[in-house]
Design a protein around this ligand. Structure first.
Ligand code: FPP
Length: 252
C-alpha cells in the first residue's frame, strides 16, 4: 500500500460520522466470475480473490466499529451453477470454516451463519456450529455469513414453523406481528439492514435479506467484488450518511 493510498483512506475516514454508522450492512459479493474472465482465469480464481476481499473487508468493518455486517456467500439458487464451480466454492467455504478462526483470532468478531444448513454435510454443519460457539462471547463485529440462503426460502421456512406452532395451539393469530416475524427469521436479534452494498454493476437484491431491507439505502457501484477496497466501504458509508431517510414519513 502506497503513501497515497494511506492518505486517501485517512481523508475518507475523516468524512465519516462515526456516531451515525449504519447498524447493519448487507454486502452482495458479486463480480468474481467477471473478474476472473477478464484475466483469462477460471471462475474459481475469482472466488478465491473474492474470499480474500471478504477477509479484508470484514476485518476493516470491525476496525471502524460497525455493529453487524451480513455477507451473501452462497444463495439457494447458486446450486444451479456448474458442478465444478459449486465444488470450488464449497472448498473455499470449508477452508474458511477450518482456518477462519485462527485468522480471526484477536479480532473479537462474533460469527453467525444464516440460511438452510440442512443441505450441507454433517461435518460441515458441525464446523459452522463450532465457529459460532467459539466466537459467541466476543463483543466486536457481528459477522453474518449467508450460506444456502435465500429470502424466499427463509420466509417459507419461517411460515412453516408458524403453521406448526399454530397447529399445536402454541400460537394465536394475534401473536403474529412484524416484530414476532423478525424474531423468527434467520436474522433474529439483528437490526434491520440500513445499508445494502452491491458491487459489479448489477442493481438488484437477488433474494437477499428482502424483509430486513425494507428501508435499506441501496449502494451500487461498478467495481467487481475482488477489487472492492476499504475505501469503497467508506464511500458507501459516507453516501449513506448523506441520504435523507424518511421511512415513509416526512421530514420535519
Ligand atoms: C457472485 O459472483 C459470487 C458468488 C456466488 C460467491 C461469493 C463467494 C465468495 C466471495 C467466497 C466467500 C468466502 C467466504 C470465506 C465467506 P459471480 O460468480 O456471480 O460473479 P459474476 O456475476 O461476475 O459471474
Amino acid at each position: 500500500m502506497s503513501f497515497f493510498d494511506i492518505f486517501r483512506t485517512k481523508r475518507l475516514k475523516a468524512e465519516v460520522d462515526f456516531e451515525n454508522l449504519p447498524k447493519h450492512v448487507g454486502i452482495i459479493m458479486d463480480g468474481n466470475g467477471r473478474w476472473a474472465k477478464r484475466r483469462g482465469l477460471p471462475r474459481k480464481s475469482g472466488h478465491g480473490m473474492g474470499a480474500k476481499t471478504f477477509e479484508i473487508i470484514s476485518e476493516f468493518a470491525g476496525d471502524i466499529g460497525l455493529h453487524s455486517v451480513t455477507f451473501y456467500a452462497f444463495s439457494t439458487e447458486n446450486w444451479k451453477r456448474d458442478k465444478e464451480e459449486v465444488e470450488a466454492l464449497m472448498v473455499l467455504l470449508e477452508d474458511y470454516l477450518d482456518n477462519g478462526l485462527t485468522k480471526l483470532a484477536g479480532r473479537n468478531a462474533r460469527i453467525r451463519f444464516i440460511g438452510d444448513r440442512s443441505a450441507f454435510s454433517e461435518s460441515f454443519q458441525q464446523k459452522q456450529k463450532h465457529m459460532e460457539e467459539a466466537t459467541e462471547q466476543n463483543s466486536g463485529l457481528l459477522l453474518n455469513i449467508a450460506l444456502n440462503y435465500g429470502s424466499r426460502d427463509e420466509i417459507t421456512r419461517m411460515t412453516r414453523h408458524v403453521a406448526e406452532l399454530a397447529a399445536k395451539g402454541e400460537l394465536k393469530p394475534e401473536d403474529i406481528t412484524e416484530e414476532s416475524i423478525s424474531d423468527m427469521l434467520d436474522t433474529a436479534g439483528l437490526p434491520d439492514v440500513d445499508l445494502m452494498i452491491r458491487p459489479s454493476g448489477e442493481r438488484r437484491l437477488s433474494n437477499f435479506l428482502m424483509w430486513q431491507s425494507a428501508y435499506a439505502e441501496l449502494w451500487f457501484d461498478d467495481v467487481l467484488w475482488p477489487d472492492f477496497t476499504k475505501d469503497d466501504l467508506l464511500r458507501a458509508i459516507i453516501d449513506y450518511q448523506n441520504r435523507d431517510r424518511r421511512f415513509g414519513g416526512r421530514n420535519k
